[in-house]
Design a protein around this ligand. Structure first.
Ligand SMILES: Nc1ncnc2c1ncn2[C@@H]1O[C@H](COP(=O)(O)OP(=O)(O)OP(=O)(O)O)[C@@H](O)[C@H]1O
Length: 432
């Protein structure tokens, strides 16, 4: 099996989406148009193994296009010096070929976490940060509720599919609240590993564990006086649910390795895309924790159920990106308006935003056309190539279940009504 295919098979088991490309000339297009968390770049495209010159050029190119890119280099055994040089040139890490699976995965996971942590900290107010209410009555209601509860300290649970604007609404509520001058601290619980959970949220004291070289303030303490936003709350394990519950009940945190409880004054907003009531009914989420966090529940409907909002949002993103990229495009073509409203936007507002951003960059005329917006991504192309025979359908359903469960095989097997072993066999069979 060739290197690319083998690496892809391995990575696909552990990451939600893996795009691969043999032709380095496609790099600029891919880096410009898609937001990759990590780019694994082979230094040796050609037979000229020794110089890695081509790899360096591509590394420069990637960092020119997106300076915040996280690039891990794949380099032939013996190239350590070259890899070190590449790290000085801006790569994040490197993996030597032939690789050990565990090492490759650990490096990619670390790079992924690093990228997520960095982009989260810098996460600019998305687009221009302006929250567009749109014309739907559903959104009007959401905004009314937000307005009414913002000034209270009630805990809020925001529900909705990925990309519906949960994070943005949480920030908006914080801005409207009496705590607006204090910090808003956003924590993606889905991106924190189990081992780091406690230290990340509650902090640790020096010496608490091997890597704890300094005292560290946890996110709860960072949010003191302000709001803490716990995103993907439905993703935490039962033992951590218990720990979180204790913190909420006692209104204090104890750093890992310490026995002193520190009082914390924070307003709590949580969000999830999961059906958390159902999880509670199935004992996957603690009912007592749910009662604590959902004093007020706000549901953000998917974009396909509030089609009246699509145009105002699309027009807003058009303005924002037209100014950002200084493009001459100024309107949405009539034929596009219709298609925008008909498409079902599984990725919701985030997908619409990215589609418009990409279209603005690629557009050539004054009006955005359907072909500018509905471009096939490599991932979509793969999906569309699949037919409708039973095997293809099974493959698609398994892929979707794995995505929904973030690659967690036990959960995906439960969703699909299969044993773990049966799911494993199918993953092998379909090379997933
Ligand atoms: N009402 C809105 N007006 C303008 N932009 C919006 C609105 N809602 C969402 N967005 C944009 O859509 C993108 C996704 O929004 P956000 O991150 O808030 O969604 P989310 O529901 O928290 O997603 P996830 O569940 O994946 O974390 C952001 O870039 C945000 O700028």
């Amino acid at each position: 099996m060739d290197v690319l295919r083998a690496a892809r098979l391995l990575l696909k088991r552990h990451f939600e989406q893996v795009d691969f490309e043999r032709n380095p000339q496609k790099i600029p297009y891919m880096v410009t148009n898609f937001d990759y968390d990590v780019i694994l770049l082979d230094m040796n495209f050609t037979r000229d193994l020794s110089s890695g010159k081509e790899g360096f050029e591509w590394l420069d190119r990637i960092l020119d296009i997106k300076p915040q890119s996280t690039v891990v280099l794949f380099t032939a055994y013996g190239d350590v010096e070259m890899a070190v040089r590449a790290i000085k040139a801006g790569a994040t890490d490197f993996v030597l070929k032939p690789w050990e699976n565990d090492k490759l995965l650990a490096t990619m996971q670390a790079a992924f976490n690093k990228h997520r942590a960095a982009t989260q900290k810098e996460k600019p107010a998305p687009a221009d940060g302006q929250l567009i209410t749109g014309n739907s009555s559903a959104m009007q209601q959401v905004m009314d509720t937000a307005q009414r509860v913002a000034g209270t300290d009630a805990n809020i649970l925001i529900l909705g599919e990925n990309g519906t604007g949960k994070d943005m609404l949480a920030r908006h509520i914080h801005q409207l609240s009496l705590r607006s001058k204090a910090p808003f601290v956003s924590v993606d619980l889905g991106a924190i590993s189990e081992t780091l959970f406690e230290s990340e949220l509650f902090g640790h004291v020096k010496g608490a564990f091997t890597d704890a070289r300094e005292d560290r303030t946890g996110r709860f303490e960072e949010a003191a006086g302000g709001t803490i936003f716990l995103d993907e709350i439905g993703n935490i394990s039962l033992p951590f649910q218990a720990k979180l519950l204790t913190v909420l009940q006692n209104r204090s945190v104890t750093r890992v390795g310490s026995n002193k409880a520190v009082p914390v004054d924070v307003r709590l907003i949580c969000a999830t895309n999961r059906n958390i009531q159902q999880m509670a009914a199935q004992h996957l989420f603690r009912q007592d924790l749910l009662y604590r966090i959902n004093t007020i529940e706000i549901f953000l409907p998917p974009l396909r159920e509030r089609t009246e909002d699509i145009l105002p949002l699309a027009e807003h993103f058009l303005q924002v990106y037209r100014d950002k990229y200084r493009r001459p495009v100024s309107s949405l073509h009539e034929s596009l308006v219709q298609e925008l409203q008909q498409y079902d936007w599984p990725g919701n507002i985030r997908e619409l935003q990215h589609a418009i951003e990409r279209a603005v960059i690629l557009s050539q005329g004054k009006s955005l056309m359907p072909k500018d917006v509905f471009v096939k991504s490599p991932a979509r192309e793969q999906e569309m190539d699949t037919g409708y025979n039973l095997e293809e359908m099974e493959r698609n359903i398994i892929t979707q279940a794995m995505k929904k469960c973030n690659g967690n095989i036990t959960e995906a097997a439960r969703e699909l009504g299969l044993s773990r072993a049966a799911l494993y066999r199918r993953l092998e069979k379909y090379n997933l």
